[in-house]
Each structure stands twice: as C-alpha cells, then as structure tokens.
Ligand binder design. Structure first.
Ligand code: FEO
Length: 175
C-alpha cells in the first residue's frame, strides 16, 4: 500500500506528464501550420510518449492501492516564433520534469518505499535520454538553422527522429 504523501505526489506527476503531452501537441500543431512537417511529426510523437508516461504512473498508482485522480490542466502556450525557441522551451520543461522525478525519488527514500523507488528508476533513465535528445536537436538548430535552407534540413532530421521514436514506441507496446 502506497502512502498518502506519495499518492498525492504521484498524482501531481500524472498531471505534469499529461500537461507535457498537451504542451508538445500545441507546439506540434504550430509546426504543422507553419511548414515544418518533420518537426510536427517529432512533436506529435513526443506528445504520445508523454501520454504513455502518464499511463505508466496511473497504472502503477492504482496497482499499489492508491487512486489516480486526474486533475484540471493549464492552457498551453500556442503562439511561437521560431523552432529554436520551441526547443529551448522544451529543454526548460524537461529539466523541470527531471527535477520533479528526482523529488519523487527523494520522497520514496524518506518514506522507505523501495517498490516505488524501483519503479521510478525507469523515469530517471528516461529523463537523461529526453534531455540529451533535446540538447542534440538544439545544437543542430544552432548549426544549421540560421544558414540558408537550414530549417529544411533540421525538419528532415526531425522527421527521421520521429520515425525512430514511433518504431520504438510500437515495439515497447508489444512487450
Ligand atoms: Fe515524461 Fe518528457 O517527461
């Protein structure tokens, strides 16, 4: 049985993961409407991944005798200026998610909840990958984005990343 403190904290994390899905979907829609189909595909896929993160937390909490109670979400930002700005704000957002995951781990240690701690380690590793992917994309945008036709190449690169991410999500669902 999970403690009330952890139940509340995980419900907050569920909200954050669902909010992340919405934030990335809003960015994807802007890219789609502004001639960046590869970036849109990448961000729609990323939004789907966040929904999977949310579901992982929901199932875990309910399985441990808690209750995943969904909360109201905030209105996401819908107006953007450049792809560089979008990825800068994704990096800030993911750094915040990492901080919240680390706080959850800290709480598990205080509550001596080793089961939840073990479950959270998947997210600790996932955050390393998420941050590093976004940093890599930001570097590519810096390198190519300003040059003539640079965004075209960045967009193609993101379409490739989206295809890889979609394939690994499909494989994970089969496991
Ligand atoms: Fe679920 Fe991108 O953190």
């Amino acid at each position: 049985m999970i403690s009330k403190k952890l139940e509340t904290a995980i419900n907050e994390q569920i909200k954050l993961e669902e909010q992340s899905a919405r934030v990335y979907m809003a960015m994807a829609s802007w890219c789609e409407a502004n001639g960046l189909p590869g970036a849109a595909k990448f961000l729609y896929t990323h939004s789907d991944e966040e929904r999977l993160h949310m579901l992982k937390f929901i199932h875990f909490l309910n399985d441990r005798g808690g209750y995943s109670a969904l909360q109201a979400l905030e209105m996401p930002k819908t107006d953007f200026s450049t792809l560089a700005d979008i990825f800068k704000s994704i990096l800030h957002h993911e750094e915040y998610v990492t901080k919240k995951i680390n706080e959850l781990v800290d709480l598990c240690l205080t509550e001596k909840d080793h089961t939840t701690n073990s479950f959270l380690q998947w997210f600790v590793t996932e955050q390393i990958e998420e941050e590093s992917t976004v940093r890599e994309i930001s570097d590519k945008i810096k390198l190519l984005g300003e040059a003539h036709g640079g965004y075209f190449h960045v967009d193609m690169y993101l379409a490739g990343l989206a295809a890889t991410a979609a394939a690994s999500m499909a494989a994970a669902k089969k496991v």
